[in-house]
Structures are given as C-alpha cells and as structure tokens.
Design a protein around this ligand. Sequence first.
Ligand code: ZN
Length: 415
Amino acid sequence: MRVLRVFARLCGLGRAVVEDVDLGGDVVVVHARPKAKERDRCGRCGRRSPGYDRGEGRRRWRALDLGTIQAYVEAEAPRVRCRDHGVIVARVPWARHGAWHTRDVEDQAAWLATQCSKTAVTRLLRASWRGVGGILTRVVADRRAQVADPLEGLHRIGIDEVSYRRGQRYIMGVIDHDTGRLVWAADGRDSTILGEFFTLLGPERCQAIALVSCDQGSWIRRALADHCPDAVVCMDPFHVVKLATDALDEVRREVWRAARRRKDPAGARWLKGARWALWKAPERLTGRQQAKLAQIQATNRRLYRAYLLKEQLRVVFHEPSIDGAIEMLEAWIAWAQRSRLPSFVKLAATIRKDRQAIVATLTHRLSNARMEGANTTIRLIIRRAYGFKDASALIGLAMLTLGGLCPPLPGRSLT
Ligand SMILES: [Zn+2]
C-alpha cells in the first residue's frame, strides 16, 4: 500500500486513489481513480452532477517523467450531465479539463516556456511546440481564475498594439503603468475588441482610470470616448519618437535615391549603412557610428538636419522640467515646420494636432522605458510563438511572461 501512495505523490495525484502500478514495458502506467468526494463532478465548473455514461472508457494522461522513464496516469473518464454545461467529461483532480497531460506537466511546460528556448522546452517535454501552445492557453485560463484579478486597482494604463505574421495581424495589449504588468491582451485591433476590455472592467473600474497612454490610433480614442471619457489621454512617447525616426528614414531614403540617380553606388551603399548611426541614441553610438554621423554632418546637411530633428524630439521627453519640456516641444514644432523636409513638416502637423495628448505625457511623466521594455518583450514572444496554432497560445505566452500568471514549478512555491 505504501508503495502505491509513493506513486500517487510522484505523479501529482494528490489524494486520489492509486489502484495499481504497471511497471512492465518502457513506460510506467499508474492506474488511478478520484476519491469518492471528487467523483461525478463537471469537468468545467466542478459542480456535483448525475452520471451520464462511461464516456470513451479508460484514458491516459502524460505525467512528469519518473527519472528517465515516461509515466502515464490511467483512469476511467466517465461523463456527467451538468446543469450548466450539459453532458461533459467528469473532472479528474490531477489534470485540467480537456488536457492530455497532468497539471504538473502543464505547469512545468508553462514555466519552461517563459524561461527556455523552444528547442529546450520541446525536447525536455517530448512534445511539439504546437502542443505546448495548447497547454499555455489552458494554464493561463486556469491561473487567471486562481490569482488575484489583474484588472483590480487600475489607475494608469497603457494601450499598445504589436503586429505579427509580417504585419498581417495584430495583438493588442493593456499594461498597468504602476506594476508594469500586462493585464489583458487580445487578437486584433479595433475599438470593438478594446471595448471588450472596458466591458470586462465594468463602469466603476473604468471610472477609476485616470490616465491612458496610447498611440494616435483613432480606434483607441473612440473606445476611450465611449468607456472612459474622463481619462486623460497621453501620447505614448515611444510612438512619438518612432514617428520621428520614420520621418528621418524617409529623408535618408530620399537622399539614397538621389545618390542612385547620380550613379553613385558607393554613396548609396554608404547611406544604407548609415541607418544605425542615425537611429541610435547618440550616447549609445559606437566609434564607427560616431564617425559616420560626423561624415553625414559634413557632407549632407539635409540628412543631418533630419537627424537633429529626430534627436531633439527624443530629448523633449527626457527634459526634467515640465515647463522646459513643453517649451522645447513648441520650439520643436516651429523648427520642424520650417525645416523644408516634407516628412518633418507633416510630422509637425500631426504633433500639433495631438499636442494636448503629448503635453499630458510631459506633465504626467509616464515611464517610457516601461512601455518600450514591454514592447520589446512582446516582440520576442511573437518571434518564439511562431508555430503555435492560434493567437490564444501567443497571448497565453505573453500573459505568462508579462502578466505575472506563470505558475511555480510543480511542488514548489512562487518565489
Ligand atoms: Zn458545469
């Protein structure tokens, strides 16, 4: 009897009854059944329900390997008739509903997916990456129900979108500026989907939101007008600087095309290589990039002016004095308008139109680094999520990594 109890613990069966252990062959099979108290419960809600039929008979769940040997839990999987969920496979205490792995395996998979490379995870678990994706979706749904509601106590949020599948699709995310956590994410970007977030929040918690940072997307503004009309909208500095970087890139391309027209391939190639020197913050430039920049200054006034405009706009958001920053912004708009660089003249108009939201950003001092950090992490996650079946697995990985939903390793507590 004691031996059977040991196997119950090894396989994460908790208090379930171990009937027998099959040690023959290449795998260990532990035959189990839930305790009487835990039988005949709906697989979804756990409500005690009348039995319906035997379902598809006995089935197996992958358990954590025992040393180097693969292990399975085998049990009956009868169906019950739940008042809310109809005819449904009964709950087993060792696995989540619809899972082919025990809870321990799934928790371990979720933890590993946030920590290790794709190859490490799939090799260690002997599972496909696609299969891991399905696990993540389930773990996140389960953890959401267990941990404290991440939507509680939101005051300052950031709304952002990240493209995936080569810009064909979008993931939308909401970040809590105070904790830095991703609190919600969805597939797609429009005001209806964002509206679902605010509906989930409910009118009272919507009213508690004082400040929202976002880009200039009209769909975000529309949803905000509907649900949080009193919130102060801040233009996300990360996006403002990105607009300036795009404007600068347009000037660089225009100069590059002119060099090609002049049949100056060396010059064109040189300009192509100048991209990083122009993009990076000056304090992060390497020696070679600094030299490149100095050369641009000497040879191409137009491109250098565009560079200075980009840099100056970036500096606006680093100015410690609020009044000073606002003054710098005004000066920037005036300068850009006079710059005779069409892309910056256009940007000046855009920024002037959104001046109020940018001034709010400067006034409320939102952490740009936090948004940018989350953005970078989400991009890395998207790259790793390649191979998942659907967006819910990608969102699952993002919530596990950035949403504080990752479970502890089996048998350990969160540290
Ligand atoms: Zn139910």
